[in-house]
Design a protein around this ligand. Structure first.
Ligand SMILES: [Zn+2]
Ligand SMILES: [Zn+2]
Length: 247
């Protein structure tokens, strides 16, 4: 039986199942995905005697050259020596954060569900909150009406779509003064989209991410609490993730 999400309802007391979403703990890899024509897959095919990616891990390792492993800081090979062990070690940092400190509930500003810190708990600044997982589908530059739960990998190889299958991070809403950041990292030779607390987030507060101004196409405006009126979303700050290409 597929795993489900529960949302808490303070007014009625108790909780209910969130309809239409399956809870997963790692990426799903639909077999029918059309990886054959993905330009970014070429180097993977060269390395693997023409073989196409057969599983999520193959796609996640397609473009990880020269990236230091977040766990062991190894930069000497595409996959750091400990590989999967590094990933498992790092993953422990966020393994119980959701069940111990967070919950899903309806927002008060009509944004549907959101992720909130439980009473008397605090998520300290810098905490790794989790990895954004979903269905791995080939990146398609011509695709226009994607779901609101998509996240593109920088290399434009794949996108993660968590509209139907995902973990709790799919419920994190946008805010212009977001308290959570998301970035791509390499751990154990694989790409990961990780969420991290930008500041201390205390009991009752909602976790929020900045989706970027692009997400809000007119007449779709941001309704976060930063301003009284609906407004254009604040541009994403480009922080340490920007690489300095000098050539
Ligand atoms: Zn490592
Ligand atoms: Zn806003």
């Amino acid at each position: 039986m597929p795993l489900t999400f529960y949302a808490y309802n303070a007014r009625e007391g108790g909780r209910h199942v969130v309809a239409g979403v399956t809870r997963i703990t790692k990426h799903r890899f639909p077999k029918l995905a059309a990886w054959r024509n993905q330009p970014g897959v070429a180097s993977f095919r060269r390395k693997n005697e023409g073989r196409l990616p057969q599983r999520a891990l193959d796609v996640l390792t397609c473009q990880t050259e020269n990236d230091a492993c977040l766990n062991c800081n190894d930069t000497t090979s595409n996959t750091c020596p400990p590989g999967q062990a590094c990933y498992n070690l790092f993953k422990r940092r966020w393994s119980n954060i959701f069940s111990n400190n967070l919950m899903i509930k309806q927002t008060s500003n009509n944004m549907g569900y959101g992720v909130f810190v439980r009473t008397n708990r605090t998520i300290p600044r810098g905490t790794w909150i989790g990895e954004y997982v979903g269905e791995l589908i080939p990146f398609d530059p011509n695709r226009v009406n994607g779901s609101n739960y998509e996240y593109d990998f920088h290399g434009n190889i794949a996108r993660v779509d968590a509209v139907a299958h995902g973990n709790f991070l799919r419920f994190v809403n946008h805010a212009c003064d977001n308290n959570v950041d998301s970035n791509e990292y390499t751990i154990g030779g694989r790409l990961c989209i990780l969420f991290r607390a930008r500041r201390n987030i205390v009991g009752g507060q909602e976790l929020t991410l900045n989706y970027g101004a692009q997400f809000f196409q007119p007449p779709n405006l941001c309704r976060c609490s930063l301003l009284l009126l609906p407004h254009a979303a604040r541009e994403l700050e480009s922080d340490s993730e920007e690489e300095s290409d000098e050539d």
